[in-house]
Design a binder for this molecule. Structure first.
Ligand code: ZN
Ligand code: ZN
Length: 369
């Protein structure tokens, strides 16, 4: 059965043929609504976001299933392939400006000349399904994985703020690096050691990476290498020679050059430990502004990305036997104990040296010195 639909406008875009959807979504385009439908735009500017329904006029032959650009193979109704039985696209865009019958938008992955079939306001309470507690029990990382798939970097930065406690440039860079590496690998991480992140810093960057990739100390998926570089390598356990390393270039210069007020405040308040309470408050405001500004910048402006990086993988989480300390009576992983005066002791009770990860990186602490 055939149905009628009506042409209500046309997309004007710099993209004349299908291109990298991420690049298309970063660009602005204009929808020119046909004169006879201009009246239907009345008060459309009350909306920040719109859903655009369009006809994918340059689609290839429809397929029902195929490998996806991101993640595993999916059926056509389970993905956003343009080659569909009904070649219709729907995309949520940001409305930047309305000028008469022209809508300037960002986020539309439709090429120049695409016929528009309909325009609707995006309504978060209707269009975004409530996430139930049960959903979250079944798949605790689902919201984050969706954020990575859809490159919702700002949403992911907000999530990272929940554990980091503040917003800052390095947290943003960690989120961006995590998103880029996950997408480059086509990774979906269910949090069970399938992927490993090798972090070369324990700065704020590390928290952004952990939230986005799900590779944490606690699930034995995070390796810390004490290099003091703002970099992370993400790798799948199945393909240890196919890692992706993201390294923040000109770590300090990015902030100094592009956000001088933030840099000057940081030096005064944090580096020199001076500055008034008002300075401190202003710093956290400016720091957050910089973070939310950085988060939308193209990764290659800020970072070098290497692919096919080999990583020496440790075993999956080893399970150690417990021993009991002869002094404090607490249980302790057996390989961490020391023999002292004929009994087994924990390192604390034996006054033995140990490794500590703190602001300096890894340091060996010897309590007897
Ligand atoms: Zn921070
Ligand atoms: Zn003890």
């Amino acid at each position: 059965m055939d149905y009628d639909s009506t042409h209500v406008g046309t997309v004007h875009s710099d993209f004349e043929e299908p291109s990298d959807p991420d690049a298309m979504r970063d660009a602005e385009s204009t929808i020119v609504v046909d004169t006879e439908y201009e009246e239907a735009l009345y008060r459309i500017e009350d909306n920040d976001h719109l859903k655009i329904v369009f006809y994918i006029h340059q689609a290839d032959e429809p397929t029902l299933r195929g490998p996806r650009r991101y993640g595993v193979e999916r059926g056509t109704f389970a993905c956003r392939s343009p080659n569909r039985p009904s070649p219709i696209g729907t995309t949520t865009v940001e409305l930047i400006e309305r000028d008469g019958q022209e809508l300037r938008v960002q986020g539309l992955d439709a090429i120049d000349g695409t016929p528009v079939l309909d325009i609707k306001p995006y309504a978060p309470n209707l269009d975004r399904p409530e996430e139930t507690d049960e959903d979250r029990r079944d798949a605790p990382r689902e919201r984050i994985e969706r954020g990575v798939r859809n490159r919702e970097r700002e949403e992911l930065l907000l999530r990272a703020g929940e554990i980091h406690g503040h917003f800052c440039p390095y947290l943003a860079l960690g989120v961006m690096s995590g998103v880029h590496a996950m997408r480059e690998l086509g990774a979906t991480n269910e949090g069970m050691e399938d992927y490993l992140a090798v972090l070369e810093t324990n700065s704020c960057f590390a928290d952004g990476v952990q939230v986005v990739t799900g590779c944490t100390f606690g699930n034995n998926a995070l390796i810390y290498r004490d290099y003091g570089k703002t970099a992370v390598t993400l790798v799948s356990r199945d393909e240890p020679d196919d890692g992706v390393r993201v390294h923040v270039k000109e770590r300090e210069e990015i902030v100094e050059r592009d956000y001088p007020e933030a840099s000057e405040l940081f030096d005064r308040v944090i580096a020199e430990g001076e500055g008034t309470a008002a300075d401190r408050e202003r710093l956290s405001e400016v720091w957050a502004e910089v973070a939310f500004n950085l988060i939308d910048r193209p990764i290659h402006d800020l970072c070098d990305v290497e692919t096919a990086v080999s990583v020496d993988l440790p075993d999956r989480a080893p399970i150690f036997e417990d021993a009991t300390c002869g002094v404090c009576g607490e249980s302790v992983m057996a390989p961490k104990t020391v023999e002292c005066d004929g009994e087994t002791r924990c390192r604390d009770c034996a006054d033995a040296s140990y490794l500590q990860l703190d602001g300096r990186g890894l340091a060996r602490i010897d309590p007897r010195k």
